[in-house]
Design a protein around this ligand. Sequence first.
Ligand code: XIL
Length: 382
Amino acid sequence: MSFPHRLLPLAFLTLLGCQSPKIEPAAPVALRDLSRDLFHLGVAINAEQITGDDRIGADIVATQFDSITAENAMKWQHLQPAPGRFEFALADRFVALGRREGKQVIGHTLMWHSQTPAWVFQNTDGSEVSREELLRRLREHIRTVVGRYKGQIAGWDVVNEAIRDEDGTLRTDKPWYRILGEEGIFAAFAAAHEADPEAELYYNDYSLENPAKRAGVLKLVQAIRARGLHIDGIGSQGHYLLKSPTAAEIDTSITDLASTGLKVMFTELDVTVLPRPDHYLGAEIGKVFAQAPELDPYRDGLPADRQAELARRYAEIFAVFAKHHRSITRVTVWGVTDRTSWLNGWPIRGRTDYPVLFDRAGAPKPAFESVRDTLRRARDDR
Ligand code: XIL
């Protein structure tokens, strides 16, 4: 056992059995303890963190967060890679881990234009599938997946990213919506609710701080409700940059989303410190840019001033979340350490980004400390 010098006298007294009445038990340092009265604090976990092969990552998940989302393991391409061939091994381990550690378990995602195999939209001869057949496949997938985990998943991202960034209209350029229109979304929500009536159901998307996109999402959510379908919340992904969106824009977006009476959650929070070509602010997975050395400036480490800027940015974001804690039910960080963040590979492959709360070795960053302090202040102010 080793003690910092200034604690030595205290250690002696403790050993002698003389408890000082002034000494309080150590304040909790786990983020999940500090956020307990505000909202769930979650994290997205990858295959190695599910299996425990990434021991450092798995330990961070176990100690710091009280909610988990599978970063990829529950996407269509992993659960049903070929027609009727369901592969549940990794998803089962993910759900079992959540139950073992007593965490809220989030299902991500049932209907998305990305990471869905091409066969879903094709007949065996390669021609485009009919509307009836596609609806059948969608319902069967949802019934099978949601049914398997009935009673074990707290909430599902039923539909992910169905709305265009520019004008808030439906993404009719994607096969789901070209073939099915809004009806596909309605069918997805209906099937999910039927398969697990207790699970919460969410619509999830990014760039909701952009008023045009947010209006499109709110319109879609109204249409879902007008159909008498069950929906519990709106997931705002929160893939942010250092300066965009502003805290005021995030604040306005939360107020607007919460005015529906639905739960609001931040489902995929991270903050890139890297430059974006073309002033691109969104998180469209299909958007990729060419590599260039000037777009990857921190390969050898993040300078201290940037590190501090990132910490201030996280504090500012969490201060807004804390202000709205009555509307926000969960905040999930998209990745455990900087090493495993998807932003090292998107929207440019092979870069070195620093978007989350733990560094490449798994040590807490200044951003972790600023989130911790912001949560602690918010808790103490309540
Ligand atoms: C990303 C994962 O983090 C990557 O590992 C994967 O290669 C691609 O998808 N919006 C979403 C998430 O809803 O599912 C995406 O996750 C990031 C953007």
